[in-house]
Structures are given as structure tokens and as C-alpha cells.
Design a protein around this ligand. Sequence first.
Ligand code: NAD
Length: 492
Amino acid sequence: MKQYDIFVDSVWGPSGTGEYFDSENPFTGKAWAKIPRCDANDVDRAVKAAYAAYDKGPWAEMTATGRGALLRKLGDLIAENAELLADTEVTDNGKLKAEMYGQMQYLPQWFYYFGGLADKVEGANIPIDKPGFFNFTQYEPLGVVAVITPWNSPLLLACWKIAPALAAGNTIVVKPSEFTSASMLEFAKLVDRAGFPKGVFNVVTGFGQDVGSALVEHPKVARIAFTGGEIGGVKVYEAAARGLKPVSLELGGKSPNIVFADANIDNAVRGAVAGIFAATGQTCMAGSRLLVHESIHDEFVEKLLALAKTAKMGNPLQSDTTVGPVTTRPQFEKVLSYIDIAKSEGAKCVLGGEAAKRAECGDGWFVEPTVFTNVTNDMRIAQEEVFGPVLSIIKFSTDEQAVEIANDVMYGLAAGVWTQDISRALTMAKRIRAGTLWVNAYRVVSYMTPFGGYKRSGIGRENGQEMIKEYLQVKSVWINTNKEIPNPFVLG
Ligand code: NAD
């Protein structure tokens, strides 16, 4: 078994507790790596190291241009090591090698983009209204940023936070998911090799309730960037409120993928299948509610099932596998329990509906790609996030009804609409309450454009130019050029 160290103050070593926990491979169901089990003392050490690096020394004194160059160097190292990072993620979270390798090859772009932005944030010279005064603004880093991430796309979601936060001059303490910590520790080796000054980047591993909460509550943490589920998100938000800390929360979704009668059906079928079965449905933006116009419903379902049935389940490291295992054992059980809930609610299971028993799936945590029809939007299967390969199909008859169903959910992360009619597409873009809307596409993201949720899908955005300012604070500097300060006790 592989044994990992944590990275604190630019030193590799065990946690202070000397304890480890196992990371399991979802394909084999067996432990493959030992991860240090940190506690609040390790968190304290990491935050203090990060604070010292932010406060003074080479990082604090480095020019923004210098920081940008370091970020770009890190981007190059990620590109060179994309295969190793992808293999680590696949072993840890069971997602397909093809997807994770693609993600790792794309990941350097965050460091090139935000590295480029680092020295383009400019303060202003304010034409101040006070005679004899000169006033300007300057942007400064916030300090230590706590980065807390889930298990589904461990490095991608962490780098959405790390790249802009470092570009802005902050320092970082990351707490990856206890289910998928290995890739972040491999990533830290690249940060180390890139030559970031001591203490700028730190990784502590362990569980949410002790390590995660100690991190968000640490008084020297200035900002929290969290992606995860609602329960953890609410706790983090409460802790942030107590500490009066800015926080961004990227939470869950129950995103509608809407197919209108005028859609290109074959394309929409592919988009619907990719929207729910890619990544085994374990993405926050999964198109888990498929709204289909009644006039094309039966034809659409038939074509969708035909494509879904071609799913090849098995070893996620194999290039021809198209649906991998569920990442964690508790998640596997949760997905199966939602399938039972859907059946008991009266939804009709037209595909899958059970744990996969295919020989290629071995002892892994596999769930058959599952499709329910006859779903109504009030059912739990239509309202709650399953985070697995389970699709709920809901019929609609008018555009107005499609909008109502799409918005009648507590989440608002993303939505897809399939139509050839531009005015309908633009109307939907306006009326659907979600942070991202795709027309004739699903599940596309970029470092250049904001991503985040309306309603209970979260607070704040990630990606895009404005993001760098989310990791900065502005200072107003006043300079009095008057030769004499008037006597404060002489009015007028
Ligand atoms: P989770 O909330 O259980 O865990 C996320 C992280 O938070 C982990 O590192 C965990 O250890 C930590 N954590 C848990 N409780 C904490 C606490 N009290 N204080 C501090 N940290 C704590 O989520 P998960 O099961 O790992 O991930 C799945 C969830 O993530 C899904 O709901 C999914 O929708 C969401 N997600 C959202 C996005 C997005 O961009 N909106 C992206 C991916 C995943």
C-alpha cells in the first residue's frame, strides 16, 4: 500500500497524531493508500505557516509578475504530470481515465489564466473631493485561504480556488475530501517542485468534522472556499459567520435538462445521456431531471434507452469503459436507497434500478445506469440530489410549464435546453433560475466564465476574470499634500 505524507510549511511528514486512514479504490473495493489522519494541531501548524508566509518574507515581497510566473511554472508541471495525476484520481475516485486525463490536461489553463491576471489588477487614482489630498486604491490579498473540496473532481475543484487565490497573493491550506486525498498530495509535490516559497501552500488531510471544522474556525484563516454537500456547507457557513469571514459555497444541484419538441432529437439524446451518466452521475451539475415535451416523449425515451444500454461498465482505467463505479461505499448505498424511494413513489423504472452484477464490475461499487419515467416534480426523486447514475424523466406540455417545473426545486446550479428556436432559447436563458445555462449542450465549463449556484446551490461564483477580486481586498490610501494641518479646535 502506498503511504502518503502531508505538506506543511514546505516540509513533508506524517501528521502530528502519527495515525493514518485508508483510501479505498472504488473499482476493487479495497484500500490502496494510507493517508495521514490530521487533527486540530496539524491544522494550527499549517495555518500558522501559511499566515507567516502571507505576512512577510519572499511571497509577501514578490511582485505580482513574479507570482504569475510561478503559477505558469506550476501549470507546466501539471501538464507534464497529467497522466500521474489522472491515474491517482481514477484509483481514488473511480472516475473514467479518459475523463480524468482530459481534466488534468485542461487544468494548467487555470494557472496560465490566473497567472496572467496576477499583475493586471490595478487600483485607481481617485479624483478626490478634498482639496490638497491625494487618494489612491490598492488591492491586497486577504491572507490565509482555506480550501475544502469534495471527492468527485478533487483537483479540478480545488484548482478553481487555488489558482485565483495564489494569483492574488494569498496563501493556502487545503483540506481535500477524506475519500480522495491522494491526488492533492501528488499535486503538492508539483507545487513544491515549482519553487513556491516556504509555507505558501499546505495540505492537511483528515475528516470534515475535526480537520475541516478546525480549519474554518481557525482565527488566522481569512477566507473559506468550499465545495461539497449542503450539510457540510451550512456548517461551514455558520462557522464563517461566527468568524466574520468571507466564504464561497459551491453546493449541490438537481439540474433540469429540457428537450423541446423542435430539438434535434439525436443530439439531445446524447446530451441527456452525457448529462447524467458521465462521471456516473456524480457531478454537481448532473442533468438529473430530464424534462421532455409530451409530443416527442415516447420516441425520445426509446432512443435514450437504446443509447444508455450501450454503456460499458468496468475498470475505469480501461479506455473503452464508459460508466465507472460510484466513488464511495456510503454513496453507493445512498444511490440504491434513492432507487427504492423512486420505486415506492410510483416512478416507473425503465432501465437499471439495481446494483450492477456484470462480471466486469468485480467487487466494485457499481450501480446500473437507471432511468425512471412517469416522474412528477413533487416526488423526492425529482427534488433531491442523488449524485449517481439515476435519471428522472418528467413530461411537459407547454413552455410555461417547462419553466415552472425547471424552477420548482430548491437548487439552481445549471440547466440545459434543447431547441432550434433562438427566441425560445433566449427566453429560457432569462427565466430559468440557475447559475449556468447551456443551449444545445450540457456540462461544459471553462476557467474563463463564472460557475456557481442560485438558491441552495451555493453562494458566490468561481472562474472568470472577476474571480481574482474575490480573493483580494481594496485599501484606500489618503495623502495630505497641504503644508499645514489646521488647528482642530479652531472651527471653519
Ligand atoms: P461533503 O460536504 O460531505 O464534503 C466536502 C468536504 O467538506 C470534504 O472535504 C469534507 O471533509 C468537508 N467537510 C464536511 N463537513 C465539514 C465541516 N463541518 N466543516 C468543514 N469541512 C467539512 O461533500 P461530498 O460528499 O464530498 O461531495 C459531494 C457534494 O459536493 C454533492 O452535494 C455535490 O453536489 C457537491 N459538489 C458541488 C459542486 C459545485 O461546484 N457546486 C461540485 C462538486 C460537488
